[in-house]
Ligand binder design. Sequence first.
Ligand code: ADP
Length: 299
Amino acid sequence: MERQLAIRLRGVVKRYGKITAVDGLDLDVPEGTCVGLLGPNGAGKSTTMRLLTAQSIADEGELELLGYRLPDESKQARAELGVTPQLDNLDTTLTVEQNLLVFTHLYRIPRAVRRAAIDRAVEMAKLGDRRDTRVDKLSGGMRRRLLIARALVHRPRLVLLDEPTVGLDPQVRQELWALIDALRSEGTTILMSTHYIEEAERLADSVLIMSHGKAVAAGSPTDLVHEHAGSEVIEVYGPPARLQEIEAEASDHGLRTRRTGTSVSILGVESGNGYAIEGDRRPANLEDVFVLLTGEEIA
Ligand code: ADP
């Protein structure tokens, strides 16, 4: 059975003066899936997120969210939507519980189920022993978990996560991934913007790679890797002049390459083409695809 689309964008354009931040974007997010919006800085991810929350209005194109048309029906859409902003806007003078309580009012959760909604959010964020702690006393990771949990108090059908782990250290990032993964297994639909390849590879059922406001590829991480980077890569280290020679040779054999600092990666070596070189063999990954398609190194 075809899944319903939680988000459907067609030909969406958003300009800021001479800059076209989003340039004819199509995006499908099927219900019950986690889609990653992946792209380098300036690709248009945040602008897309702002269009979906109706903080910005598109210049052209169609936007549908949970069956509602934006911007006309944005109020209805927002009621069923959970949003975590990129910037932490928790009230630091309030406790964990009070921050959640404010949102239960905002989302008009009936008094009788307010406590249960807060309990559930606290549980989700694993902040049970911090309920009465003021937010300015929490660690960065705890604040991020609270930020996500706050977006879930009204049990939204769709959650938008804008760079959910930006600026966090790797261990804290792992904790957040576990939280997002739990949300996903509950069947909540998720659209997540990120410039961390690993985050998209781990969490997303499908990924849309953006560059300069456009979608340059879309599909499951596995399919994207298979389609664009093949299955096997040889990585060769050497001085720049040698790397240049290798690039030329590989290109003569119809193989694609990418630079990674002091090495060159030769993609799709499984296809053979009579090409052989000593080096480290590894499976192709989403980072290879990202660099090929966006021309950007990973931050
Ligand atoms: P990303 O989130 O992928 O880093 P953004 O959506 O923030 O990308 O930005 C896309 C492009 O639009 C960039 O060139 C950025 O400078 C520009 N842009 C975004 N917001 C504004 C704004 N409010 N005014 C002017 N230019 C903007």
